[in-house]
Design a protein around this ligand. Structure first.
Ligand code: HEC
Length: 405
């Protein structure tokens, strides 16, 4: 199913994406940290000095000063920070296209929606671009002066998008979609507001015009938004590793709890200079969120009726099966929904009935019979799962197929 080139794009672009992302977000966190730690010297005669800071690193002290700039004193080597952000977005978009858009069925949850693969691609793209347009309009409107209301409106829009995509997309694609939408807003903030305002600022400075504080303020507001989006976006980009969450029945409310909690945690981290109980508040928020997510992970009434199915489902998720056998997506491994009882074609051309025995062999000796169109990527669970566990998983897989088959 995977031609060679997508694998190479995956390796090269994913690596670059992660490295550029670390550089960008690392810078963003460090700059915010520096802003918060700047101290204005008490007896400074220099009106342009906004604050200073000493940092120990590499066997010396970095003495940092933040100051207003004047046209006659523009540093010769002035560093700008933008390519980390652009590189992250460009490589991320290439990955989205190569891994999901070339095969739109990897986005759709076949058990929830009959949307065609190409419509799914357009729907995803519309969210990535449309999400930015809506967010930007909100913060260009009069709401920009009412930051709390602007924040609430933005979050309502984001949660609405999560609910809407949740009706169509499988869990992994849903989490990535929301991550890509937020990441695009962050990069577009850098491109359309932060860097462009810096250009405008430098031009007006060189033209000898007085400081336009409004430009700086607007750029700073967008940087602050980016700052609050960093934790949720990192989480969502890593979410393929958290199948218990994204593949959960209530993956949408879980997503919302995670985003809100991580934004709150970032906020509390920033209040630590004037809010004494910041650490206790973070621990409290994380515990409350964990309890909430624990409740959301409880099986719904229908699954709870049969404890073996529920136990099998829990094993399927905790043993990592769900990370490859994703709900509604057959990208990495065959979907197990509706699998039981069907005839499976193998790479050697033979066909075999999917019954208890075949599932048992698939788990213990996955390399013995490879499903057609897939790599022999499944690890053996021999020694890791006992017969009782295998039986429970089998019961769960059976429950995913209509009994008539
Ligand atoms: C690293 C990814 C990965 C993990 C983890 C994984 N699988 Fe698989 N699985 C695959 C791939 C790829 C195939 C198809 C190739 C093959 O048949 O071996 C497969 C095939 C299967 C099949 C046969 C499906 C068919 O259509 O013939 C079953 C059943 C199965 N896996 C169950 C499980 C169970 C149960 C677990 C957890 C205990 C699990 N898998 C964990 C990747 C994975």
């Amino acid at each position: 199913m995977d031609s060679g080139w997508t694998e190479w794009i995956n390796v090269l672009f994913r690596f670059t994406h992660v490295v550029a992302g670390i550089m960008w977000i690392g810078n963003s966190l460090l700059f915010t940290w520096m802003e918060l730690n700047l101290v204005k010297p008490e007896k400074s005669r220099d009106p342009d000095l906004l604050g200073e800071l000493d940092m120990l690193h590499g066997g010396g002290v970095f003495h940092l000063e933040k100051r207003l700039m004047h046209a006659d004193a523009i540093p010769e080597r002035l560093h700008w920070f933008k390519w980390q952000s652009y590189t992250t977005w460009i490589t991320g978009f290439v990955l989205l296209v190569a891994l999901f858009y070339t095969n739109g069925s990897t986005l759709v949850d076949a058990t929830r929606s009959t949307l065609s693969p190409s419509s799914a691609v357009w729907l995803s793209l519309a969210g990535v671009i449309g999400g930015w347009i809506v967010y930007d309009l909100i913060w260009r409107s009069p709401l920009k002066k009412m930051s709390v209301i602007g924040l609430v409106v933005s979050l309502v829009f984001l949660c609405g998008a999560a609910v809407a995509y949740g009706t169509v997309f499988n869990g992994r694609a849903l989490y990535l979609q929301i991550g890509a939408m937020m990441g695009t807003c962050m990069s577009a903030n850098v491109f359309f507001h932060i860097i462009s305002n810096q250009h405008r600022f430098m031009r007006s400075l060189k033209a000898g015009q007085p400081h336009d504080l409004e430009l700086g303020k607007r750029a700073k507001a967008r940087s602050l938004h980016n700052h609050y989006m960093t934790f949720p976006v990192i989480f969502l980009m890593l979410s393929a590793h958290f199948p218990r969450l994204h593949a959960a029945e209530r993956n949408v409310p879980i997503l919302i709890v995670v985003i809100l909690t991580l934004m709150l945690v970032k906020h509390l981290m920033n209040t630590r200079y004037h809010f004494k109980a910041w650490l206790a508040a973070i621990i409290g928020a994380v515990i409350a969120a964990a309890l909430g997510i624990g409740l959301l992970l409880q099986p719904s009434a229908s699954a709870a009726e049969n404890p073996d199915i529920a136990a099998g489902k829990a094993l399927f998720e905790t043993q990592g099966c769900a990370a490859c056998h994703m709900q509604g997506s057959a990208q990495i491994a065959p979907s197990v929904h509706g699998l039981y009882g069907t005839m499976q074609e193998l790479t050697d051309g033979s066909r075999v009935k999917v019954d208890d025995d075949y599932i048992r062999r698939s788990i213990l000796e996955p390399q013995a019979q490879i499903a057609k169109g897939y790599a022999a990527a499944m690890p053996s669970y021999a020694g890791r799962l006992d017969e009782a566990a295998i039986a429970r998983i089998t019961t769960y897989l059976k429950s995913l197929s209509p009994p008539s088959r």
